[in-house]
Structure formats: structure tokens, C-alpha cells
Design a protein around this ligand. Structure first.
Ligand code: BG6
Length: 478
């Protein structure tokens, strides 16, 4: 008699990683799968199949994964036993056919169909081709038994499309294969501990709720500054640029979590809809406004990076000033600034609170709140205190909450671990809805189109020496 598989906890799960030998798979996905395995958080009956074009046998691929994870504990060997390899080209049906035959064979042998995660960890230019081949091969409905009902989910890395139109095309293609509930669009920032804490910080501390309004907030600054350059990612990065790489997704999601209204429940659709309301409220600037309120940079030497065009006008840095046209933070200026080759790593949200006139302290400066996402995760709130002594002199001091300090024995869950756990559990809260994608591209496209036509705002800067450069960029837009 056949076993029923309706997606329960002990049902078998197969994770197919397309782009299994790529950067992302090596740095994030396989280490995350291994840690979850070590912590026994993965389904018992899990198989991982790496799909890639290299000529690996299962064993050669296991050695590759082993070298990637670099872990000497005993559990690596048992983890590697659940790892397999399927050689295939993204644009050739042969590999897909062999993959589905293997999956079907396993299903027949065990008389149970497997739940399936298809993880597209490839450069975005391959998404469409892979989806077409998934369709032709029947990989989206691989169960061989009629009376079983396993789930199939597709995980897609960002950027989802390169503008609103290509995102819609990709969605239309996916819709021929999957329901929206099966599509998991990744923005790993949503799964970072500090970013997930934003909802707790805002809504579990009602103290802030009155101050969280346009009446009290003077400006918001969201920065994703990274010391690293693009390294060997030229093939991916040169067609994308900083705005599409981190602006359209990570930075707008941070803005959404800072500005959204409190959802009525933890229902994933409700939370995603609240985030989307923020994207829809972002001002749609005219070309003239864009010219006056945005600037871009490219680090010196970028054009010599591997796979980067010698005439590239891709930005590795951008800054722009925008605002929301509705909601609690209506008209509050929002500065988004992101770039590579910066002087420091600093991913944070800084909020400047207004200081209403005070009889006693007429010259009081603004209070600032800094919400540091990474590194040195912390929340710092300025306070004015009386400087000890005879006269009433105010002094700015900071109340700092070091996020890691009280939780030294607890583990910060890596973003990719959380994403994999949620995808397996079928929770889409930390994945981006099609509406969010659409609304965010609608805003970003205005900037990228304008920038494409006007290269005059692309300024050079020197890697690691960016203080003066950033100051001048800020002065241009603020
Ligand atoms: C990725 C971008 O999505 O996020 C990279 O493609 C960027 O360019 C990275 O460096 C930053 O992620 P994290 O988790 O290192 O902050």
C-alpha cells in the first residue's frame, strides 16, 4: 500500500539547488543547510540535489561541498550522504530530464512522493530559461502517484527581474507553472535577526508609537555601505548596479519595516500587504526631481574588474532623497545611500527626531535614533542630560542596546537558515509578494531610466577613501 504524503512534518523533502557550484550556493546555501542539519532542524527524510554544469559525480560534488563548508565535525560526513549531483546545462533539456527521472525513481522505490524545493540560485539572466525547462520537463509536478499530494515550491533569488516589465514577464512565466503560494521570492535582508527585530522594536514598545509620525520625525536615512568591492561578481553586477542590487530590495524593505502600519495579525499576507502599502506610497519623482535629488558613483578600477565592460557606466554607489506620499511618515525626507568600496561597513537606519521649541532649552538639538543592522548590531538613542555641575548645561549622551550582549549563548540564526526553514514550513512572511516586487520596481525604474539617459551624475571615487566623496554626494541631494 502506498504511503500518503500530504506535506506533513515527516514527509520526504528534496531540495534542488540550481547553480550549485556558484558563489551563493557555496557561501550561503550549503553552509545554511549543513547548520540546520547539524541542529536537527531539517526534515528527517531530506535529499539535496545540486544541479550545475560541472562534470561532477555525486562523490566529487560531495568533496566540493565538504571543501566549501570546511567543518571537521563528524556530522559533515552524514550530511554529505544526503547530497547528490545532477549535471546539466540550464538551457538543455537533458539534465532536467535526468533529474526528474532520478526523482521519480526514488519515489517509486520508496512508494512515496517527495515534497520539492526548486531553488534558483543562479544569475538572474537564467531564471526564464530554467523556468521554461522546468515546465517542459514536468519538474513542477513530479509526483508519480495520483493519490499523493506533495507540495512543490520555487525559491528565486533577487533581483527579481531588472525592471517592472521583466519582473512581470518572469511572474507571467512562473504563473504558468505555479500558484502564488508556491513562489518564494527571496530578499535575505528580511530574514536577518536585526531586521526581523524591527517589528518587535516598533510595535512591542508602544512608547515609540506616538513619536513614530511625520509630526515627530525630521528625516530617515537608510545606509548599506560595504567595504568590499564586487570581487569576482562582475558578470552579475555589471548588468545590475548598486540601485538594483541593494536599493530595489534590501533598502526598500528596511524602509517598509520602518514606515509600515501595524498589521492586524501575523498572517503572512497581511504583513506583506502592509509592506507593500509603503512601496506604493513612495514618491514618483519627475526626471527633474531625480536630477536634483540623486547622485551616483563608480569606484576607480571598477572597469578593470573581471567581466566588467571597459566602458561601463554601472554605478557602484548611489544616494537619493525621496519621501512617502501617504501614511504616518508622509512627507518625511528619506535618504537612501548604498555602495561598495566604502571606508567602512555600515548597514543602518538613522532616524532624526524633531525638537519642538522648549522654553527651558531653546537651543536643543535633535534626538537621533540609530538602528544598526550590522556589524556591531545595536540600537542607540540619544538623550540629553544635565552635565554635572553648578550650571544647567545639556550634554548629549547615548543609551545603547548591544543586541548580541544579552544573547551571547544564543545563536543568531543566519538569514539563509531562516529562509530555508520558512520555505520548508510554507511560511511566506519573509518572502516578497508579487505586489511588492511590482511597486518597488515602479519607483526604481524611474531612477534607472533617468540615470541611463544622463550619465553626468556618475562620479568617480577611490576604494576605501570615501569620506569626502560621500560628503559631497550628500550635499548634492540634501
Ligand atoms: C546581496 C547583494 O543581495 O547582499 C550583495 O547582491 C551584497 O552585493 C549583499 O553585498 C549584502 O548582504 P549581507 O548579508 O552581506 O549584508
Amino acid at each position: 500500500m502506498l504511503q500518503q504524503n500530504t506535506g506533513g512534518k515527516n514527509s520526504p523533502v528534496t531540495v534542488v539547488v540550481f547553480g550549485a557550484t556558484g558563489d551563493l550556493a557555496q557561501k550561503k546555501i550549503f553552509p545554511a543547510l549543513f547548520h540546520l542539519y547539524q541542529k536537527k532542524q531539517l526534515p528527517k527524510n531530506l535529499t539535496i540535489i545540486g544541479f550545475g554544469r560541472r562534470d561532477f559525480t555525486d562523490d566529487a560534488f560531495r568533496q566540493f561541498v565538504d571543501a566549501t563548508i570546511k567543518n571537521n565535525s563528524g556530522s559533515i560526513n552524514s550530511f554529505l550522504k544526503i547530497v547528490r549531483y545532477q549535471k546539466g546545462l540550464f538551457d538543455d533539456q537533458t539534465g532536467y530530464r535526468e533529474l526528474i527521472n532520478n526523482i521519480k525513481q526514488i519515489q517509486r522505490a520508496s512508494a512515496v512522493c517527495t515534497n520539492l524545493i526548486l531553488y534558483l540560485a543562479t544569475p538572474p539572466q537564467f531564471y526564464k530559461t530554467i523556468c521554461e525547462h522546468i515546465k517542459i520537463s514536468g519538474l513542477s509536478v513530479p509526483c508519480v502517484f495520483n493519490n499523493q499530494n506533495p507540495w512543490v515550491r520555487i525559491l528565486i533569488e533577487k533581483p527579481f527581474g531588472r525592471d517592472a516589465e521583466t519582473a512581470r514577464e518572469l511572474d507571467a512565466m512562473l504563473a504558468t507553472l505555479f500558484q502564488e503560494e508556491q513562489i518564494y521570492r527571496i530578499d535575505h535582508y528580511l530574514a536577518k535577526e536585526t531586521i526581523r527585530n524591527l517589528l518587535a522594536f516598533r510595535f512591542a514598545n508602544p512608547l515609540f508609537s506616538t513619536a513614530w509620525s511625520a509630526g515627530w520625525i525630521q528625516s530617515i536615512r537608510i545606509s548599506v555601505l560595504e567595504r568590499q568591492t564586487i570581487g569576482s561578481r562582475g558578470l552579475f553586477y555589471d548588468g545590475v548596479g548598486a540601485l538594483r542590487d541593494i536599493g530595489q530590495n534590501h533598502m526598500l524593505q528596511m524602509l517598509a519595516l520602518i514606515a509600515m502600519d501595524q498589521p492586524g495579525s501575523w498572517n503572512p499576507d497581511e504583513i506583506r500587504a502592509k509592506r507593500c502599502e509603503v512601496f506604493e506610497a513612495i514618491e514618483k519623482p519627475t526626471p527633474k526631481t531625480i536630477a536634483a535629488t540623486s547622485a551616483r558613483g563608480q569606484y576607480r578600477g571598477y572597469r578593470n574588474e573581471l567581466y566588467v565592460s571597459a566602458k561601463s557606466t554601472t554605478e557602484t554607489y548611489f544616494i537619493l532623497k525621496t519621501k512617502l506620499t501617504a501614511g504616518r511618515l508622509k512627507n518625511v525626507p528619506v535618504i537612501l545611500e548604498g555602495g561598495k568600496g566604502m571606508e567602512e561597513d555600515c548597514i543602518e537606519i538613522a532616524i532624526d527626531f524633531k525638537s519642538p521649541p522648549s522654553e527651558l532649552f531653546p537651543d536643543q538639538e535633535n534626538v537621533k535614533l540609530v538602528y544598526r543592522v550590522q556589524p556591531n548590531e545595536h540600537i542607540a538613542l540619544d538623550m540629553f542630560v544635565k552635565k554635572p555641575g553648578d550650571t544647567m548645561i545639556l550634554d548629549r549622551q547615548q543609551f545603547v542596546f548591544d543586541y548580541k550582549m544579552p544573547y551571547q549563548s544564543a545563536e543568531f540564526l543566519a538569514a539563509y537558515e531562516k529562509l530555508l526553514l520558512d520555505a520548508i514550513a510554507g511560511n511566506q512572511t519573509l518572502f516578497v509578494s508579487t505586489q511588492e516586487i511590482n511597486a518597488s520596481w515602479n519607483m526604481i525604474d524611474l531612477y534607472s531610466t533617468r540615470w541611463q539617459h544622463d550619465q553626468s551624475n556618475l562620479m568617480p571615487y577611490t576604494v576605501g577613501k570615501t569620506a569626502k566623496f560621500r560628503k559631497s554626494m550628500r550635499a548634492m541631494v540634501e
